[in-house]
Design a protein around this ligand. Structure first.
Ligand SMILES: NC(=O)c1ccc[n+]([C@@H]2O[C@H](COP(=O)([O-])OP(=O)(O)OC[C@H]3O[C@@H](n4cnc5c(N)ncnc54)[C@H](O)[C@@H]3O)[C@@H](O)[C@H]2O)c1
Ligand SMILES: O=C(O)[C@H](O)COP(=O)(O)O
Length: 649
């Protein structure tokens, strides 16, 4: 299956001449209303004038939503603001940093088509011109009001001769421009819709990236030539500007489950993607419903991505595990469909290690049971059974990112560290590697499990393994629930073979905080149970949010697969001044030759090319310079063995 990312609307328009795009300035070209910002700049340090900031904002809102006359609101705001030229210079600098995200990221399109992008605004030429000049928009392509300054250099009113100072002014002003070809109006306000309604534009986009004005959105309903867009990408895409074969970001859906940290949500939104969040995990049926149309799925440890889910995932490009473990994802199934999987392998490791050390001390000193007794009114001050951890032996099974860090911290506490790992590992500090699990089990005072969640690790610790441990040893599991036979653990604890334990992960875990926890482990003495919170610190969650979203965004925006757990890892630069084809295919002979034949057939000029394979997948990235036909894309997509094909601009 290939992912088809072309745009039929753009194809229709492509043949015709590119339209002229006329943008509103406030809350469209920039994220803000300039006069509101000016008010904050002028009055926020003067307590006596703070109410004027609100007054200006109220007038802006009323005018923008069409509730009072635009002309009146404009005149009244100037009377309150009375800015000087120096004030406007300060405003320009602020506004340059507040250009709308989707406008800023399409700067190249503006610069490439001088004259095709224009501004019409009820705001003032005085501050608009220097801001839009950086996007190649010349003063003569800006229709805006002009301030009238008094002899003292203070603006006192609005040039009344300018049609834009009047109600309905945008229609009149725009008709004065002699534009050949279609005119497309893009704006957030009622006066922008009026441009279309008044016949001065052929199409209208209600731009809601910064502010959504219900009256304007409602007005577009039922009009074929009008639509609501959440970013400027969509306008460019629909209107046939370059990038027309590259899907607009706002139509790429990101579904984030399990309370993924807000840093991730914000990162996707800032890049223009359409993000939906769900607090808890979804079961298979709900996920099958939710996954349709989703391009990026973000999960944590509780959501299982099964083959059935993947079969329902008609658009899925990548899955992000916002955690370490990926055992909940059918990785082979993802590879078969060319779906990239990413995780955050390091971000929560320190949190887990700190918790293990804390639990080790708490169990060794009987602190947990003493605290429970205190809550029932029992004072039991005694040293019996309480020990220091110094000079005790900790055994670590699984010496990976977490196990090896634990090795360092445990040693700093004066513990003797021994470990067992199936793979070759760099031994840190004075730790000693044991090649026999049984030998390690026989020596440890504290055993901590840190293996990964591969299926073969099911019941790695069972009755036979507990029996091999010293009497009275302590047991800790913060890895994965299925790794331990919990009935055997319960038995070992009840018999006193294991003196105390801490368990954070379970074979069956509730999907949400509202579901009950049921386990043979509940009610056992000297057993600390925690709800899978080894990695649940604010620090770790924020770091995961940043790390995993960055991996996914780099994959979406440039095809970078660094840190992917199932794709060949290829590090790629930004796509600047070129087109990039991303071709994921089954690792079978002949694909590269077929791709290169098509490139040769269509005379595409290759700027860079990469091929990397793993045992099941091949990943080809081709950068070409501008100018390629849709037929070339169709042929690349049809190469035998293709799993996913995307093009980026
Ligand atoms: N409780 C939590 O909230 C929490 C948080 C983070 C990670 N985890 C879990 O902790 C575990 C460890 O994470 P990590 O980042 O250190 O993983 P890792 O992949 O870096 O290390 C795992 C190590 O275990 C070894 N291993 C696998 N099977 C083994 C076996 N049968 N015997 C001996 N060694 C074996 C591997 O060779 C590897 O070195 C994972 O299961 C992860 O999902 C849990
Ligand atoms: O794999 C992990 O990182 C841990 O199990 C944590 O999972 P969580 O994000 O669901 O807490």
């Amino acid at each position: 299956m290939t992912t088809t990312l072309e745009n039929p609307v753009a194809d229709k328009i492509q043949a015709a001449v590119l339209p002229t795009i006329v943008l509103d300035f406030d809350s469209t070209f920039t994220q803000v209303e300039a006069l509101d910002i000016l008010a904050e700049q002028l009055f926020s340090s003067d307590p006596a004038r703070l109410t004027d900031i609100t007054a200006i904002k109220d007038l802006t809102d009323l005018a923008m939503s069409g509730e009072i006359s635009f002309a009146e609101a404009l005149q009244r705001r100037v009377q309150i603001l009375k800015p000087t030229k120096a004030d406007l210079e300060g405003l320009v600098e602020t506004l340059k940093g507040l250009v709308s995200a989707s406008v800023a990221r399409n700067k190249e399109a503006f610069l490439r088509h001088p004259g095709k992008f224009r501004i019409i605004s009820g705001g003032f030429h005085d501050f608009i011109a220097p801001v839009v000049a950086e996007y190649g928009i010349r003063p003569e392509h800006i229709l805006a009001n002009r301030l009238v300054f008094g002899d003292d250099g203070i603006a006192v009113s609005v040039d009344q001769g300018n049609p834009l100072s009047k109600d309905g002014g945008k229609v009149v002003a725009l008709q004065g421009w002699d534009i050949t070809g279609p005119v497309v109006m893009v704006g957030d306000g009622w006066t922008d819709f009026e441009v279309y309604k008044g016949g001065a534009a052929d199409r209208f986009y209600a731009f809601v990236e910064n502010v959504k004005r219900e009256k304007v959105v409602q007005a577009t309903h039922g009009i074929e030539a009008a639509q609501v867009v959440v970013s400027f990408d969509e306008v460019l895409h629909n209107e046939g500007f370059e990038g027309r074969y590259s899907f607009p970001r706002s139509r790429l859906k990101v579904l984030l489950l399990e309370n993924v940290h807000p840093t991730a949500i914000q990162a996707f939104r800032e890049e223009g993607y359409d993000v939906t969040t769900v607090k808890g995990a979804l079961d298979e049926d709900d996920l099958i419903d939710a996954i349709q149309g989703v391009h990026i799925l973000g999960i944590r440890s509780k959501t299982t991505v099964t083959q059935k889910v993947l079969d329902a995932a008609d658009k899925l490009l990548a899955v992000g595990a916002f955690c370490i473990g990926t055992n909940q994802i059918d990785l082979k199934g993802c590879s078969k469909k060319g779906i990239a999987v990413f995780n955050a392998p390091y971000s929560n490791t320190r949190s887990v290690v700190e918790m293990v050390m804390g639990l080790t001390v708490i169990l060794t000193r009987n602190i947990y049971d003493k605290s429970i007794q205190m809550h029932t009114g029992k004072w039991d001050k005694s040293a019996t059974g309480a020990h220091e951890v110094r000079n005790k032996t900790i055994g670590i099974i699984g010496y990976g990112a977490i196990g090896s860090q634990l090795s360092i911290l445990a040693e700093a506490f004066g513990m003797r560290v021994i470990y067992y790992d199936v793979a070759e590992k760099l031994t840190l500090g004075n730790a000693r590697r044991y090649r026999s699990l049984d030998a390690l089990l026989a020596e440890v005072d504290v055993l901590s499990i840190h293996v990964d969640g591969r299926a073969e690790n099911k019941n790695l610790m069972g009755a036979a393994q507990f029996a091999k441990m010293k009497d009275g040893a302590l047991f800790i599991n913060l890895s994965r629930g299925h790794v331990v036979d919990i009935d055997a653990l319960a038995q070992a604890l009840k018999s006193g073979k294991i003196y105390g334990a801490a368990v954070d992960v379970f074979p069956e875990e509730p999907r949400t905080n509202d579901d009950p926890f049921v386990s043979p482990l509940t009610g056992i003495k000297n057993l600390i149970l925690t709800p899978h919170i080894g990695g649940s610190t604010e620090e770790a969650q924020e770091a995961i949010g940043e790390f995993a979203s960055e991996r996914l965004l780099n994959f979406l925006n440039r095809g970078d697969t660094t840190f992917s757990v199932n794709m060949p890892n290829v590090q790629l630069s930004e796509v600047e001044g070129r087109h990039r084809f991303l071709h994921i295919h089954q690792n079978v002979p002949g694909v590269m030759a077929a791709i290169n034949n098509i490139i040769a057939k269509y005379n595409l000029n290759i700027l860079a090319q990469h091929l990397k394979t793993n045992e099941s997948l091949g990943y080809v990235i081709v950068d070409v310079d501008r100018g390629y036909s849709k037929e070339a894309l169709e042929e690349l997509k049809a190469v035998t063995g293709t799993l996913k094909f995307r093009s980026l601009t």
